[in-house]
Design a protein around this ligand. Structure first.
Ligand SMILES: NC(=O)c1ccc[n+]([C@@H]2O[C@H](COP(=O)([O-])OP(=O)(O)OC[C@H]3O[C@@H](n4cnc5c(N)ncnc54)[C@H](OP(=O)(O)O)[C@@H]3O)[C@@H](O)[C@H]2O)c1
Length: 374
């Protein structure tokens, strides 16, 4: 009898368990999604990543970038930094304090950063908060809209001059598939009349995509690109405010059931790395990616009127519509005693003056040559 072994219950049970385990592993493997396979290096590129974004920061450090992890919990950041430095043997990894729920803290960070560095090649807006109870940022904005959109809106705008001066440079906005369920509540953007945590998260992630599209238009011809992405459903601390994922019941039943469907943090970092580094994306802007490939956005994310409206409101709420006049920044290289003065448009005023006087043929050429070596 060929199938006699089926009468042995132990054998049947063991082979059923083996089959289920094998299928589960295959499903888990499939769910990890696209990988960024290009071994391109990022030697000397200056990168800011908000939230710790450990796996993205680690890979960038392995590729020899100078990585600034910008976050609010310095102890947690320092732990991640130590791990990254030991792993990558790259000592140019830094922790800098910035609470994205405080405009004051964002401005302080940008000031400090600009005194340290006169270039920024890649800005990764990664930090996020999801489905928290209704709380307000220091400036009175609903927390998810405040951190996920408004904080990053201010941060990005304050860094635009440095990004432009470092062009070609990139801005990467970590949004979410949740944007497809989002709606910008024009009559109650701050969820004052009605707050539903999921709806506020979806709105903030739609705001990320609308911001990306509007900014891409404003950045045309500057050499700075901006793209948004969905990282996948990743096993991180993002679900910390969701009871379903944090109860005893969840630990026992829900998490094991959902485990095959979650990406690992390494897999979750792939599309961010792709948008930050893929050479083929040079010049590509205003797009949305998932699994290292372009994806269509929801119709709500294509609404140019809403994007413009959101931009205007964001400028007002962040105080960006009140720009200080003619802000100049000074840099001194203490080794060579070179002095640089950068104007509010991110231009070196000496370089501009020499060019205007015809004393230098094309000062930008030297910079371009220099960039080729990065
Ligand atoms: N995980 C997913 O399945 C998934 C899916 C789609 C999109 N995303 C997006 O991916 C991004 C990264 O999330 P994640 O999954 O890595 O979640 P995470 O593990 O919770 O990381 C979020 C990071 O943001 C930081 N953050 C929160 N509020 C902040 C603030 N006020 N100031 C500065 N930093 C703050 C957190 O710092 P603390 O640790 O100090 O709180 C943390 O480092 C988010 O934008 C999220 O919306 C994630």
């Amino acid at each position: 009898m060929a199938f006699a072994f089926l009468q042995n219950k132990k054998v049947v049970a063991l082979s059923a368990v083996g089959t289920i385990a094998g299928l589960t592993m295959m499903l888990k493997d499939y769910m990890q999604g696209g990988r960024f396979k290009n071994p391109v290096m990022a030697e000397g590129k200056v990168v800011i990543i908000t939230g710790i974004g450990k796996e993205t920061a680690k890979e960038l450090a392995r590729r020899k970038a100078h990585v600034y992890m910008v976050c609010r919990d310095m102890e947690k950041c320092e732990q991640a930094r130590t791990e990254i430095v030991l792993d990558s043997k790259n000592k140019y990894v830094y922790c800098r304090e910035c609470d994205l729920s405080s405009f004051d803290s964002i401005r302080k960070f940008v000031d400090t950063f600009k005194h340290e560095r006169d270039r920024l090649d890649i800005l990764i807006n990664n930090a996020g908060v999801m489905r928290c109870p209704r709380t307000l940022t220091k400036d009175g904005i609903e927390m998810q809209l405040g951190v996920n959109h408004m904080g990053h809106f201010l941060l990005t705008n304050l860094l635009l001059d440095t990004l432009k001066a470092s062009a070609p440079s990139r801005i990467v906005v970590v949004s979410s598939l949740a944007h497809t369920r989002g709606e910008i509540n024009i009559t109650d953007l701050n969820s004052e009349k009605n707050y539903e945590p999921g709806r506020a998260y979806n709105q903030s992630k739609l705001a990320n995509v609308l911001f990306t599209k509007e900014l891409a238009k404003k950045l045309q011809g500057t050499g700075v690109t901006v793209n948004a992405l969905h990282p996948g459903v990743v096993d991180t601390e993002l679900t910390r405010h969701m009871g379903l994922f944090n109860s005893f019941f969840s630990g026992l039943i829900v998490k094991p059931i959902l485990w095959p469907f979650f990406k690992s943090p390494v897999a979750g970092a792939q599309t961010t790395l792709y948008c930050a580094l893929e050479p083929e994306l040079e010049g590509v802007s205003g797009q949305y990616f998932s699994d290292c490939a372009p994806k269509e956005v929801a119709d709500a994310a294509k609404n140019e009127n809403v994007a413009k409206w959101l931009w205007a409101v964001s400028e007002k709420w962040t105080g960006l519509d009140q720009k200080p006049p003619n802000e100049l920044r000074f840099y001194i290289d203490f080794e060579t005693l070179d002095i640089k003065i950068i104007d509010e448009k991110g231009q070196d005023i000496f370089e501009k003056a020499y060019k205007e006087m015809g004393l230098v043929e094309d000062p930008g050429q030297e910079v371009q040559e220099d960039k080729k070596h990065h």
